[in-house]
Design a protein around this ligand. Sequence first.
Ligand code: UN1
Length: 515
Amino acid sequence: MTTTAPPGTDTLRARAGNALRRCGAPVPEAGPGGAAGGLAARTPLTGETLFTLPAASAEDTGRAVEEAAAAFREWRTVPAPRRGTVVKRLGELLTAHKEDLAELVTVEAGKIRSEALGEVQEMIDICEFAVGLSRQLYGRTMASERPGHRLSESWHPLGVVGVVSAFNFPVAVWSWNTAIALVCGDSVVWKPSELTPLTAMACDALLRRAAGDSGAPDGIHRLLLGGRECGGRLVDDPRVALVSATGSVRMGREVGPRVAARFGRCLLELGGNNGAVVTPAADLDLAVRGIVFSAAGTAGQRCTSLRRLIVHEDVADELTERIVRAYASLPVGDPFRDDTLVGPLISEQALDAMAKALEAAQADGGKLLTGGDRVLREQAPAAAYVRPAVVRMPAQTAVVREETFAPVLYVLTYRTLEEAIELHNGVPQGLSSSIFTRDQREAERFLAADGSDCGIANVNIGTSGAEIGGAFGGEKETGGGRESGSDAWRAYMRRATNTVNFSDELPLAQGVSFL
Ligand code: UN1
């Protein structure tokens, strides 16, 4: 099992600086320290600080929202297909700067190259989707019950969209929201994770350029770099019509009621605790590959990461053994190397959370089959490299029902499919799920109304790696929001129902007579 040390912080700083420069973003002041209240841009590759950035003040936040609100008043009257040209240009710029953005994603979020490039591809894909959508923001025409009347609905731009995004998809989730919001006629104020300000600066620079090239008002996008207070100001600002927030359930519990209290709209994409059922009819070769990618890929730091494996007892030993063997050959370390498959965790806190979960699982009778050990401690003492873990559990105990944002895969066994579905749904979160089987009845049973209770339910693929064409999001504590494809755009617009009377009479609905 190989481990490779990351490049040094100076090299990473130079790489990030060059990528920012090529994207047309300002290159911040180098080094640690910095002004009090400043934001440290750090890299999980070494755990050290690359740059120090000024954090947005309360006035900066107010100004950003004001400018976005002013731009919205103009932008909403631009025909949607013309709004699409900004997103088309953004997609071209993202394509031209794919390598640069991927470089920043690796430096800042620690993703391996292939996944970092995949994340930027996801941005390009959503831009293409949104451009097509800019000509398809369809409303319905309904049959009016009254003669000489026409009943229809129109979709109008909503207002300023506040996007609060997480570190693990530092750019793709922004693009899902922004590409769609822009064609819908909204303006965007973005508060990225304070762990990933550099990727955000690069995206903001590229979007500014796209807006300039397409003649769109500059205020359609504003970036706010800051911490919790900054996000809080966005959440409470009555000029922000929609708050689209990705993060923990704890964050969502706070954001949801605060936005609701001012009758704003919320789109929440919170925790996942995703499960996969493997039946005796599964193709185990395929299942092993799907499971290892979903559970250990991205170092278990996707909200769609696989955390619970629910295996039929007849195949549990064989499958577990094969997974443990596959884990043994996973190279952990420098995410820039083509042969690395597992990069660092985002922080030492994530490592602590993982260690605590493993401890709790073992106290509950779980057997740690592989992983959990910290590596590269000498080469990168401030970083958090760890081998992905697999734990065989006797039951779905409290720790299994919690989301630990780290590569821990719990293995549970079942006897009947009913039991498997019950175990699967027996957690508070409801984002993604899958079943591995070649038996169509089992697959359909899992997808039926009383099957998986998640927003995403897959067959013969893992829980992660969704395409942008579908609506993305989940139920229960995941928050109920839907982003990205399908008709998720509706959350970014307001619907007006229009009744037009083109007759000389005034018949009232429901047969009411008056005057
Ligand atoms: C997230 O982890 O917040 O389905 C988003 C996936 C990616 C998106 C994940 N397309 O894994």
